[in-house]
Write a protein that binds this ligand. Structure first.
Ligand code: AHR
Length: 515
């Protein structure tokens, strides 16, 4: 930080630029000690509404094209987006889930009530084998959420043995009986979900004792190879982070955080997903930007107990939560997705990139047909949402080195309130190419930005793409799936050996590569 500050001062003195008057992104091209963990681009799929059934799984006998029961279109789209990690089976569902109900011959599997989501009966057709095989097909890491709310240590340790043991032991043999010889070697396991709420209504002191117990046993059964993620705070509950970090067991390598953006005044005024007024556009972005403060404050508490940053902050549920689509089951949380939501995704991912020293994973809620989805389905149709395109454009940051940067931005003002108009992050990939992502949140005005690399020259802009839309609330529907999609971006000018000027359209997300 000190280094970028002195570079910034140096730059301002040399060029004589008045920071107040310019939109400027100054990048320290000699930095790069922190890697942006690809898992920041992770996803979350719960047994909720039509996320799993219809969204991912249609069964082998479906008329919808599928590979062993998984929708072909979805598999291709998720691979193309480069999904790195997928969290399952919940969410609130996870703390009512008993994994043994979801293994073995399909017609013999026990049914259960999905108490949280629509009160439907879950037939457990999609279980552990189906989920872990899905992750193998996608080439992503599975992140299993263990049941602490209504489960037991025995149940969790047996699950670990079923998934990860290659020995002649009962659970590994049960897996073999179910047709799978080799273990899946699951890397990530969450110990409870929202244990302060739907996962058991616990206080942090009570939870941290349970965490110590579950963690020790998960460590033993997982031979200390599993990365365990403790249940973290609900939004700004800093006391939770403090108590859990202070007394955490040594086996924990991550602590979660959940933060949902509500665009209106609260749960009773969430904003529709489409056709919303501009005030919901502004406050949606304003509330999404609060994640920066949450990440910084939780990180500061974690720094106190873990100065070497060995425990990652895992934001394993985030995204905008709007009203459900009219006429759909309220408990299924099916919502459309607009350019506003794409901008929310872009500013959130920029925040995570810029805090990659502490944020090691994040999982947007939820992959398909639920909340801020990247894909929506209807029968055999599929539509890629504006949020999908942000994840695809930003995948260049996965496992790249974060370059420190300083952004000076004008404001976007509405009704006397203001937020910065611009949001950005910068990284350098293993080939040395630099990727700059910038969003212009102003829905009414294009914005010009100067970019300066300090300590490095570049030859050219090798490629650039932009995502924007006709209106501030435009979206892709099954009838008009291409209203919001990326296009080549040309509105830039190289102004010197290490400088560039970019003019961003209103309400846009842009990613460019410097070579
Ligand atoms: O993502 C929907 C729900 O939101 C999850 O099940 C729960 O963890 C959170 O409250």
């Amino acid at each position: 930080m000190k280094r970028i500050y002195s570079l910034l001062c140096f730059f301002l003195i040399v060029t004589g630029i008045n920071a107040q008057e310019s939109n400027k992104l100054i990048v320290d091209a000699t930095s790069g000690n922190v890697v942006i963990n690809k898992n920041i681009y992770g996803h979350f799929a719960e047994h909720l509404g039509r996320c799993i059934y219809d969204g991912i799984w249609v069964g082998k006998d479906s008329k919808i094209p599928n590979i062993n029961g998984y929708r072909t279109d979805i598999i291709n789209a998720l691979k193309d987006m480069k999904i790195p990690v997928l969290r399952w089976p919940g969410g609130c569902f996870a703390d009512t889930y008993h994994w043994m109900d979801g293994i073995g011959p399909e017609n013999k599997r026990a049914k259960m009530m999905n108490y949280h989501w629509g009160g439907v009966v879950e037939n457990n057709t999609f279980g552990t084998n189906e989920f872990l095989n899905l992750c193998e097909m996608l080439g992503c890491d599975p992140y299993i959420s263990a049941n602490v709310g209504s489960g037991s240590v025995v149940e969790m340790t047996q699950w670990i043995e079923y998934m990860n043991s290659d020995k002649d032991v009962p659970m590994a043999n049960l897996r073999r009986q179910n047709g799978r010889e080799k273990p899946w070697n699951v890397k990530y396991m969450g110990i409870g979900n929202e244990s302060w709420g739907c996962g058991g209504g616990m206080t942090p002191d009570y939870y941290v004792n349970l965490l110590r117990n579950y963690s020790e046993m998960a460590g033993i059964y997982g031979q200390w190879k599993l990365q365990q993620i403790g249940c973290g705070a609900n939004g700004a509950d800093y006391n939770w982070t403090d108590v859990v970090m202070k007394q955490r067991p040594g086996g924990i390598s991550g602590l979660s955080l959940h933060y949902y953006t509500i665009a209106g005044q609260g749960w009773g005024d969430k904003s529709p997903a489409t056709g919303f007024e501009k005030k919901y556009y502004f406050s949606g972005l304003q509330n999404a930007l609060k994640i920066n403060d949450l990440v910084e404050k939780h990180s500061a508490i974690m720094d106190k107990y873990d100065p070497k940053k060995q425990v990652g902050l895992m934001v394993d549920e985030w995204g905008i939560w709007t009203d459900v689509e009219p006429g759909t089951e309220p408990g299924f949380l099916f919502q459309q997705n607009s350019i506003r939501d794409a901008l929310i995704a872009s500013v959130t991912l920029n925040v995570f990139n810029n805090h990659a020293d502490r944020v090691k994973m994040a999982n947007i809620a939820q992959t398909i047909n639920v909340l801020q989805s990247v894909i929506l389905t209807e029968g055999n149709k599929m539509v890629l949402t504006p949020t999908y395109y942000v994840f695809k454009m930003f995948n260049v940051h996965q496992d790249a080195k974060l370059l420190s940067s300083q952004l000076i931005s004008e404001d976007y003002e509405m009704d006397g309130k203001k937020i910065p108009a611009l949001s950005s992050s910068v990284s350098q990939d293993k080939n040395g190419n630099i990727h700059v992502s910038v969003s212009n949140l102003n829905p009414d005005k294009e914005v010009t930005l100067s970019v300066e690399l300090v300590g490095k020259m570049f030859d050219k802009v090798r490629s650039a793409s932009v995502l924007t839309a006709p209106e501030y609330n435009s979206f892709n529907s099954f009838d008009k799936p291409d209203v919001v999609k990326p296009a080549d971006f040309k509105n830039f000018k190289k102004t010197g050996p290490s400088t560039l000027q970019i003019t961003l359209p209103s309400k846009s997300v842009m990613v460019l590569e410097l070579q």
